[in-house]
Design a protein around this ligand. Sequence first.
Ligand code: BEZ
Length: 278
Amino acid sequence: MPEDKPTSGQRGDPAANAAQEVSPQAVQQASQHWDPLRYNKNAGFVAELGAPLLDLLQPARGERVLDLGCGEGALTAKIAAAGAEVVGVDSSPEQVAAAKARGLDARVMNGEALTFEAEFDAVLSNAALHWMLDPDAVLRGVAAALKPGGRFVAEMGGQGNVETITRALFASLQARGADPVKACPWYFPAPEAYQAKLEAAGFAVGSIALIPRPTPLPGEIGGWLETFAEAFLKQVPADDGPALIAEVAERLRPSLCDSEGQWSADYVRLRFVARLAG
Ligand code: BEZ
């Protein structure tokens, strides 16, 4: 189990803690699937907001870069456009097919079982690491994939990420007798805990910080839930899904929907730059 501890303000609150303390075995990746069309409609902002990572990465012409959790390849394409030779990996065959359709070198691969050996100058990961519930296995694979001195630049959900949404989901699922702790597919570590993991894997950490970033959504919160919270929604019978989504949306409306009807998600990013020992 990831050992990141909740902050004192969250201690003892299962809804707040679940996303940080979930057992890696609790949820199968199969509980989430990625439909590129639905993803583009409800989550196109993910790659856009990941663009600052490219400034941190500074991909150079001729470098070999791994994009870990490349999705449908929007950021991968930008790395390629900078002149780097980029390989994207993702566990979703649908997303990899969409990335290949852009002409990218994209491969289906589990981020917790990377198979590369000392072949990349840099690894980039945007909004993917929080779906990988065995972070030590991920970091072992990233360290093995990098050449000595290679850099690892990433952004993921950090401690407190989507806490308001998680609380609402928990309340509605528990009211139905479901066990949302078991269903939670996300890992949102604190910076101190993740830095310790990076160092244990052989990295020197240049910077690591939590960045609160409330994020306007392109549509209603229901679209976000359908796209990202599938593992929770699957805890109820399919014919109860629409009612569950509507109920969670009403719980969230006062805090996440403004008077103009604009929804946002209470994102908190964990962004870091690390370098493998040379
Ligand atoms: C995120 O990018 O922070 C995120 C995405 C999906 C679910 C939860 C968090």
